[in-house]
Design a protein around this ligand. Structure first.
Ligand SMILES: C[S@@+](CC[C@H](N)C(=O)[O-])C[C@H]1O[C@@H](n2cnc3c(N)ncnc32)[C@H](O)[C@@H]1O
Length: 274
């Protein structure tokens, strides 16, 4: 059997066993992640061999899934993007809300990994709004496919090294030191965030957001799916709402025509307001 056919069978098997539709991920990406696992367990270079290994070692499916849904993230990842969020996006959202006499602000961190992105958003909202924050009904919906990552996110406890991009005063303002030299996010930020397991590929739709962050995940998906998801995000935004994607990502498909790019460098897009 050719390695390409074995790869196709492997994708089918992974779908049956885990429910993750590998055909929607880019083949180059999947192969890279599977190759890494094969190297780690020493099964050679044939996908057929790895297929057989999975058959004999079902626990490997979990490890492989961890490898596919890589959770790399950090507080204030791409700090200039968060500067744009703080200095440009939040004031515009607040002005828009004021005109409509609304106090509700809804933000979605899609593919939030272990929580550092949504907590960063919460910290920035506190920094920007100060005591005014209590006058708003703010919710940050944070979703990810990976249940293990979500458990870490919900616990909200991080190593000191995870806080390296935070200014000292921010660490004491938003974290409590706990055992083992770790830090736990304070409740004033935590209570803004709701974590939920959600597969972006599932087709389940969410609506009515003022800002959507979806960074560093769609790059793993094929073009068609990316186009569909960008359009879903467009539809999920309120009028005048913002979509923020990863700094190295490209907005494609119909959403590219519909959204106005307001910051090319930081990949910030706006839906027209009424
Ligand atoms: C590289 S992290 C990005 C985290 C964060 N957005 C950031 O930029 O720092 C990618 C995240 O996408 C999640 N992910 C991968 N496939 C997904 C899917 N189909 N649906 C939802 N989340 C997914 C992974 O579990 C992982 O936590």
């Amino acid at each position: 059997m050719s390695n390409e056919i074995a790869f196709k069978l492997l994708k089918k098997k992974i779908y049956e066993k885990t429910g993750i539709d590998c055909s929607l991920y880019k083949d180059t990406y999947l192969k890279r992640r599977i190759d890494l696992r094969m190297k780690a367990i020493g099964v050679g270079t044939s996908y057929n061999e790895y297929y057989r290994y999975l058959g004999k070692n079902p626990a490997e499916y979990d490890t492989l899934m961890d490898g596919i849904t890589i959770n790399v993230t950090e507080f204030f990842r791409d700090i200039t993007t968060f500067d744009a969020f703080k200095n440009d996006v939040i004031p515009e959202v607040l002005a828009y809300k004021k005109k409509r006499k609304s106090k509700i602000i809804r933000i979605w961190s899609a593919a939030c990994s272990i929580g550092e992105e949504p907590y960063t958003i919460g910290i920035i909202l506190h920094e920007k709004l100060g005591t005014e924050i209590k006058n708003f009904l703010i919710s940050i919906q944070a979703t990810d496919l990976d249940a293990k990552a979500l458990n870490v996110a919900k616990a909200g406890i991080y190593d000191a090294s995870a806080l390296k991009k935070l200014k000292k005063f921010m660490v004491s303002r938003y974290f409590d030191a706990v055992e083992g030299g770790k830090y736990r996010i304070k409740s004033n930020v935590k209570q803004l965030v709701r974590f939920q397991q959600h597969d972006l590929i599932s087709g389940k739709k969410f609506l009515h957001f003022d800002v959507i962050f979806c960074r560093n995940v769609l790059i793993y998906f094929g073009k068609e799916l990316q186009n569909q998801l960008f359009l879903d995000f467009y539809n999920a935004l309120n009028d005048g709402g913002y979509l923020i994607i990863g700094r190295t990502e490209t907005l494609t498909g119909e959403a590219r025509e519909k959204l106005l790019c307001v910051n090319t460098r930081e990949r910030v897009y706006r839906k027209a307001g009424t």
